[in-house]
Design a protein around this ligand. Structure first.
Ligand code: SF4
Length: 409
């Protein structure tokens, strides 16, 4: 049984809580990933089986709001965004919490303005050892206000195990993401480490493993992604892979398999002696990433007209849900229901161009429109309920919305 957290009621949705509860009761072993149908007559919404706040996010929110409540008059800072949700971050700011850095680690308030009795919250993504040391040097105790998710700590532990067996740690993750920067810092204390962003970079790395590319090029190509004193000739002979917890499961598997094959090829290995050059471990994706992606894959088996994904635009796990949906049907990535301007227009985010744009006629002119709906692990259920209400409002049955939701099939 997962721990229950106290998060502000404004983030909850009684309707969605009821749906999740009912689905859970029917599926105790968590084997059923089919979506929940909310039937508004001309509009059918298929809600993913798993979505919304994960363990790490609820834990972080609970600690943050409790800290605010229990420390009136104290200055409270967040190292950077608490989680990747604009509403939650804004609410914390309203409560007087200030941000020391932006999401990319750029300084907003210099550390030398901190005083020993200030409180600094460490976000769910964790932080680097360098920053932790800086804070401890100003006598700021971080343990009590550290909201690092245990699933992120698991990645650090795995890196340590791999490092202690003298493998170089290959981190599959987004180089600028807080979690990957933290993992890189923890891994590189124990062993040489490199961050690999995607399959393209895994292939690029393979070029150096195979000795096909001049080593000097590595330092250019992987700039900012390798540990100090990295020796391309030496440090790619024994490797092990860990992942940022929120990567796309299919790509994660493909990258690990690919690098394993490259090592087999380079050193003529068999399954018996592969361990000599490749740490044969499982991925380090977290349960929420797996559940949410499996739910989307299952939801995509339903024929539908479009998908809507709700979440923060810089949220890694959410962007992968968008990617999965986009392969199959028109997908709109929004961060709240207000982005649904009307039944004719929607303002949505394109994470390739990093811009929001308006699309007209996003609802097809059909008698029955089917929409797939999900959200990321840092998105409050209240926002998803808002989206459902907004869409249902376009239907003649909107006054019976609650009744219909509770009757879901
Ligand atoms: S997405 Fe996973 S790793 Fe990240 S906070 Fe949630 S449970 Fe933890």
């Amino acid at each position: 049984m997962m721990k229950q957290f106290e998060v502000p009621i404004i983030y909850r949705s009684p309707l969605i809580t009821a749906i999740k509860k009912k689905r859970k009761e029917r599926d105790k072993m968590k084997k059923d990933f089919t979506p929940t149908l909310l039937d508004f007559g001309p509009l059918k919404i298929y809600l993913a089986r798993h979505f919304g706040f994960c363990y790490g996010v609820e834990n972080a929110i609970e600690i943050a709001f409790k800290t605010v409540e229990e420390n009136p008059g104290k200055r409270i800072f967040l190292l950077s965004e608490m989680i990747h949700n604009p509403q939650v971050n804004a609410d914390l700011q309203v409560h007087g919490v200030k941000f020391l850095q932006d999401t990319y680690g750029n300084t907003l308030i210099p550390f030398d303005e901190l005083r020993p009795d200030d409180i600094v919250l460490i976000p769910a993504f964790g932080t680097t050892l360098e920053i932790e040391k800086k804070l401890n040097d100003i006598v700021i105790q971080t343990e009590k206000y550290n909201t690092t998710c245990p699933f992120v700590e698991k990645v650090w532990n795995r890196s340590e195990v791999i490092a202690k067996q003298n493998y170089t740690v290959i981190i599959h993750g987004k180089p600028r993401h807080e979690e990957t920067r933290a993992t890189f810092s923890h891994a590189s204390v124990n062993s040489p480490s490199v961050i690999v962003k995607d399959m393209e970079q895994a292939i690029a790395l393979a070029g150096y493993i195979m000795g096909e590319k001049p080593f000097t090029l590595f330092y250019e190509e992987f700039k900012g992604q390798y540990s100090e004193n990295f020796d391309v000739g030496q440090d790619l002979q024994r490797i092990g892979v860990v992942n940022q917890t929120t990567m796309l499961a299919s790509e994660t598997q493909a990258i690990a398999d690919y690098l394993k094959q490259i090592m087999e090829l380079k050193y003529q290995l068999t399954p018996e002696n592969i361990g000599g050059h490749f740490a044969d471990t499982r991925d380090t994706l977290c349960y929420a990433t797996n559940d949410n992606q499996s739910s989307v894959t299952s939801m995509l088996e339903t024929e539908a007209d479009l998908a809507i994904v709700v979440g923060g635009y810089n949220s890694s796990n959410t962007s992968h849900l968008v990617e999965l949906c986009e392969e199959k049907l028109p997908t709109y990535f929004i961060n709240n229901e207000e982005k649904i301007i009307s039944s004719k227009e929607i303002l949505h985010y394109n994470f390739y161009t990093k811009e929001e744009k308006v699309t007209s006629e996003y609802l097809p002119g059909k008698q029955i429109v089917k929409i797939l709906l999900t959200s990321g692990a840092s998105c409050p259920d209240a926002l998803v309920e808002g989206v459902i209400r907004k869409l249902a409002g376009f239907c003649p049955v909107s006054d019976r919305m609650e009744e219909i939701i509770m009757k879901f099939g």
